[in-house]
Design a protein around this ligand. Structure first.
Ligand code: CA
Length: 227
């Protein structure tokens, strides 16, 4: 699997290239948008790992351009912890996942493997599971077309679970994703939020359940019809 890494910090780029190389990926590393566009024109990559602040522009502009040109390769953004606006714009612009700096190499490897497993790769504006639909642009949650009221943070949590439905989402990842909306997220408050969300999902024929994997995380899945 060939990965395109676009990161202008030479030390970080070297570390990432080395880490991904160890995991068996072939990595081409570039520090500018111009170089990225040049290589994208001739080489087929399986995943792109994209830093946003680049010397010759904003990584998001590159993302928007390549999506317009029809590139469907999964894109993982490397973003700053306080860059919640960047993450939202990034996902809207067609990114598939993001990782907050600083990150553990293990997690980057795991996220890339997850992106490679995903069918169809690129995500649309609508996420669904069971009879539940989340419009990621309007932030509206519906069940069989009827609105389900959720708080802003519950919607954010639901989005993260929906993006990985059928797979376990580690607690830390969920907390990281909610971090910017609540700088003091404790594990308890995540649990409380999951519990509230569960009640809402159970109050309508959503057709989905949130499973708890103790000490690991949560998984949103379609309800077993037999249950
Ligand atoms: Ca940078």
């Amino acid at each position: 699997m060939r990965i395109l890494l676009i990161e202008d910090n030479p030390r970080l780029a070297e570390l990432v290239a080395k880490g991904l190389g160890t995991a068996g990926f072939a990595v081409d590393s570039f520090g500018t948008i111009t170089e990225a566009e040049t290589t994208l024109a001739t080489v087929t990559y399986h995943v792109m790992v994209l830093d946003l602040g680049l010397p010759d522009g904003d990584g998001l502009d590159l993302l928007v351009r390549i999506r317009r040109r029809g590139f469907v390769l999964p894109v993982l953004l490397l973003t700053a912890r306080d860059g919640v606006g960047d993450r939202v714009r990034g996902l809207d612009a067609g990114a598939d996942d993001y990782l907050l700096k600083p990150f553990a190499m293990d997690e980057l490897q795991a996220r890339i493997r997850a992106l490679l497993r995903r069918p169809g790769a690129s995500l649309g504006a609508e996420l669904n599971c069971g009879r539940l639909v989340l419009d990621t642009l309007s932030r509206q949650v519906t069940v069989e077309g009827l609105p389900l009221v959720t708080s802003k943070r519950e919607t954010d949590l639901l989005e993260q679970l929906l993006r990985r439905s059928g797979r376990v989402v580690p607690k830390r990842l969920l907390e990281d994703g909610l971090y910017s909306f609540d700088t003091d997220v404790s594990s308890n408050s995540l649990e409380a939020m999951v519990s509230r969300l569960r009640k809402r999902l159970a109050s309508v024929p959503s057709g989905v359940t949130i499973h708890t994997l103790r000490g690991v995380g949560y998984m949103l899945a379609e309800e077993d019809d037999a249950a």
